[in-house]
Design a protein around this ligand. Sequence first.
Ligand SMILES: Cc1cc2nc3c(=O)[nH]c(=O)nc-3n(C[C@H](O)[C@H](O)[C@H](O)COP(=O)(O)O)c2cc1C
Length: 227
Amino acid sequence: MSVVLHVDSSVRSVSNINPEHESISKKLAKQFILKLKKEADINEYIYRDIGVKPPQLITQDWIGAVFTPELKRTIQQQHILAQSDELIAEVEKSNLIVISSPMYNYGMPSQLKAWFDQIIRINKTFDFNLARGDKPLAPIFSGKKLVIITSSGEFGFGKGEINEESNHLVPHLRTLSKYLGVTEIYEIASEYQEFSDHRHEQSLQVAESKANEIASVLAKNLRFKTC
Ligand SMILES: Cc1cc2nc3c(=O)[nH]c(=O)nc-3n(C[C@H](O)[C@H](O)[C@H](O)COP(=O)(O)O)c2cc1C
C-alpha cells in the first residue's frame, strides 16, 4: 500500500482572482503531486488544507487528556483527543508526507504548528524513557519520507547564506519531522517573492524543476510497505 499525505499550510489559495495573490508553496506542492500521481502507483492520497481549515489549538484539557491513561479517559477527554487521533492516524498510514509552507515571521504559520502540536503526542508518536539518558524522547514511527516545499519573500535562507540565521522554518520542520517517523527529507524552496524581479522568476523556475525531479525520483524509488 502506498499512501501519500499532502498538507498545505498557506492561508492563500492556489487560484485567486488576482494571480499575484496565489500561494506559491501550494502551487509548487500541487505540481509535485500531479507529477507524482502520473508516475507512481499511489493507493491512497490524503489532502489537508490546514491554512484554510486549521487544526484546533491544544489546551490545558488536551494535555490533561493526553496524560490520562487511555482506558481511564472520560467521554469528554476522548472527544478532546478525537482530532489528534485522526491526524495521527493519517501520518501513521502514510509512506510519503508532503508539507508545503510559507515563511511567516521567519518560521512556520501558526496553523502548521497547531498541526504538529496535535500530532506529536506521548505514547502515540513518541515515547519517553529516562533510561535513554539525556535524550529520553524517541519516535514511534519510522521509515517515512518527507518533502518540504517552502516559499519566502526574502532570500538567502540556505546554508552559509546571508539570512541563514533567520531561517526558523526549515530547521524547525526538520527537527519536528523526526517525531512523524521521517528518516529521509527532500527540500524545495522558492525565494524572493517580495522582490517580484527576475531573481524571483529564476528561483521559482529552479523550484519547479526540482519539484518535478524529486517527484520522479520518489515515484521510482518509493518502497511502499505492504499492509
Ligand atoms: C504574515 C506574513 C509574514 C511573512 N513573513 C515573512 C518573513 O519573515 N520572511 C520572508 O522572507 N517572507 C515573509 N513573508 C512573505 C511570504 O513568505 C511569501 O509571500 C510567501 O510566498 C508566502 O507563501 P505562499 O505564497 O505560499 O502564500 C510573510 C508573509 C506574510 C503574509
